[in-house]
Ligand binder design. Structure first.
Ligand code: ZN
Ligand code: ZN
Ligand code: ZN
Length: 371
């Protein structure tokens, strides 16, 4: 489900994407399934073999082409698009192609099904296609006040589950990772999320695999357990990682965690407006490298977050995008020692004119729990 905002919000977003299209020499934007369409229209396409597509010319009227039986679901936005319902015996590709005819360059939503793109390529042989994210990504990346408030609420709900973990309220010893993952998922929902996106629970050496899938491994006393979880609350995503130790951690783990904590906190502090994304990654990476774990930090420092769990801007070497007010992203360095342990610490952060604002405030320490 998509939360429908004030119509003026969509009209403003469409005006901004049209300006970006004009700058990039795009004649038409084609949006189907994926997060772009609801962001610009309030309507989310059903992931079906029946085509739904917004045809948005750089100037001129936009049309939302939908299957007749889906039309009643559409909340019309007269300032943004006209609705065009197609019947079961019509060919929606031909309808879209007719609306986009004459476009020399089109941008198409990154998550559009290949079957539709393949058919459009055949129908519009003179048109060059690009990815829509080249124009939609930078716009979606900068959150307005209402979006930041939504991210803050999602972060607070995830923090409450992290607090339960730290307080020992989530039983760990004797349960499998999968059971704890299901428990965390239920708690995310109890704290207001409408959907759980993931709940990674990785015990002991399993945590050395950053995206380990919670499995049958039974959690034992002495384990360090990595929990990385998030979902959607009122349309916006949460994403937090905390590690807990069932008993005093080994010196090796405690030392590595101290390095990780310093790296994560320094990277968050460095995320001020005007700093490049790659510089934020560099701050975390330098501290972890100086601590002797450079080769153990095997992924980028973070990803943008909003209506999607992963979106622009990516906090990674090579991304020279400068942080601007409203950019929302994770800061989540990790240290992974194969066969031994894995540690990660993650907060969502928003760049503001007043400095970086964390959406997560749960205890950042490697908390020793008795659970
Ligand atoms: Zn991840
Ligand atoms: Zn995460
Ligand atoms: Zn993340």
């Amino acid at each position: 489900m998509t939360a429908v905002a004030d119509p003026a919000v969509y009209a403003d977003r469409v005006a901004r994407v049209r300006a970006a299209m004009a700058t990039s020499g795009l004649d038409v934007l084609l949006l189907s399934v994926g997060a772009d369409l609801p962001y610009f229209t309030g309507y989310e396409a059903m992931p079906l073999e029946r085509l739904t597509m917004l045809v948005l010319p750089v100037d001129g009227d936009a049309t939302l082409v939908v299957p007749r039986l889906e039309a009643p679901r559409v909340v019309e936005q007269p300032d943004v698009f006209a609705l065009l319902a197609w019947d079961e015996t019509e060919n929606p590709i031909e309808i879209v192609a007719a609306l986009a005819k004459g476009a020399s360059t089109a941008a198409i939503g990154d998550h559009t099904w290949a079957r539709f793109l393949v058919d459009l390529l055949a129908e519009l042989p003179a048109t060059t296609f690009r990815r829509a994210s080249t124009v939609t990504g930078p716009i979606r990346a900068r959150k307005d006040a209402a979006e930041i408030a939504a991210l803050r609420a999602a972060g607070a709900a995830a923090d409450r589950v992290a607090a339960q973990l730290h307080a020992g309220e989530i039983p760990l010893v004797g349960r499998t990772e999968a059971q704890v993952s299901a428990d965390i998922s239920n708690r995310l929902k109890a704290e207001g999320h409408e959907r759980v996106n993931f709940a990674i629970v990785a015990a002991g050496a399993n945590a050395a695999s950053p995206h380990h899938e919670a499995g049958p491994r039974v959690i034992e006393r002495g384990d360090v357990v990595l929990c990385d979880f998030g979902g959607k609350l009122a349309g916006y995503c949460s994403d937090i990682t905390r590690c807990v130790s069932l008993g005093e951690p080994s010196t090796e783990v405690a030392d590595a965690y101290a390095v990780l904590l310093e790296a994560q906190q320094a990277a968050v502090r460095s995320a001020v407006v005007g700093t490049t994304c790659e510089a934020v990654d560099g701050v975390a990476r330098r501290i972890i490298t100086d601590g002797g774990y450079g080769e153990r930090f095997i992924h980028r420092t973070g990803h943008g977050i909003g209506v999607e769990e992963h979106e622009d801007p990516y906090i990674v070497a090579g991304n020279v995008t400068s942080l601007a007010p409203g950019h929302a992203f994770s800061v989540e360095p990790g240290i992974y020692v194969s066969g031994n342990f894995g540690l990660r610490l993650e907060d969502i952060v928003v760049a503001t004119d007043a400095g970086p604002e964390a959406m997560n405030h749960a205890n950042h320490a490697l908390v020793v729990v008795d659970a």
